[in-house]
Design a protein around this ligand. Structure first.
Ligand SMILES: Nc1ncnc2c1ncn2[C@@H]1O[C@H](COP(=O)(O)OP(=O)(O)OP(=O)(O)O)[C@@H](O)[C@H]1O
Ligand SMILES: [Mg+2]
Length: 237
């Protein structure tokens, strides 16, 4: 199967809303009738639920995917401790093998029509001594969606990330502003500066929501303008 859409969702930091935007994107793709699958290349941090060690990001991505694929493909490395991935891996005597990640993505694209790869933390998180998440995005040649967590410092983080994406020869396809701190002073002025300086369309500004994750995803799927992405699939005729 040839992919009709693919992207890599990164963020200005960990905890800024990558999973929320990834699940929203998956849901929007599913609404278009596409077989869409989320992928979390490396997930760090598990909890025991019903006798099974699970990672929350992975579960949310699976729930938002319209095509279910084996976890070996969609979440090849699920590590126990919620810490930097190379450390979480070392704690389990695991080494993260880039070729396993690349192969998993390639296999997903054999079954899916669309794939959304959620990054890990920010754009340049080491997965091993010589391989980081930016290398993964570059190896897969994925367009990048950047989630900017609106808080003091986000201008620098967002612009540095945009530079790093370009330095890898990748395209920043769009960005999302996420209100992670509702009381941020001068939010509009920050937004205006980012709109002027980021070389990609703003897909939307997510408000701070007090809803369960699935409902936040549904709201974000409706409000974000994924259709502003150059590669967003055309409606089926
Ligand atoms: N706009 C929002 N309103 C309310 N809660 C939000 C919003 N955006 C994110 N959150 C919450 O903040 C937390 C972090 O969001 P999310 O998991 O999407 O971030 P992430 O970038 O994927 O984090 P990680 O680096 O751990 O993968 C989650 O509990 C999520 O439900
Ligand atoms: Mg996440």
């Amino acid at each position: 199967m040839t992919l009709k859409f693919s992207c890599f969702v990164t963020g200005t930091d960990t905890g800024v809303g990558k999973t929320l935007v990834s699940t929203a994107c998956l849901q929007a793709l599913a609404h278009k009738g596409l077989k869409a699958t989320g992928m979390k290349p490396v997930a760090a941090g598990t909890e025991l639920i019903d006798g099974e060690w699970v990672n929350d990001d992975v579960e949310q991505l699976v729930a938002a995917s319209s095509l279910a694929l084996p976890r070996e493909l969609t979440a090849p490395y699920v590590l126990r401790e919620a810490c930097a991935p190379h450390i979480a891996a070392a704690l389990e005597q695991v080494s993260i093998d880039p070729s396993r990640l690349m192969q998993a993505c390639q296999q997903i694209s054999a079954y899916a029509e669309a794939v959304v790869v959620e990054g890990v933390g920010g754009f340049r998180v080491p997965l091993s001594q010589h391989f980081d998440t930016a290398d993964l995005a570059a190896g897969l040649q994925l367009d990048v969606i950047l989630v900017v967590g609106l808080r003091l410092g986000c201008l620098n983080h967002a612009l540095l990330t945009a530079e790093a994406i370009a330095a890898r020869g990748l395209k920043l396809a769009g960005w999302v502003a996420n209100t992670i701190e509702p009381d941020m002073p001068h939010q509009q002025d920050n937004l205006r500066m980012l709109e002027q300086q980021l070389p990609a369309p703003l897909l939307g500004v997510l408000p701070r929501m007090t809803l369960p994750p699935a409902e936040m995803t549904a709201l974000a799927a409706q409000s974000l303008r994924f259709d502003l992405l150059d590669t967003w699939p055309e409606p089926a005729l």
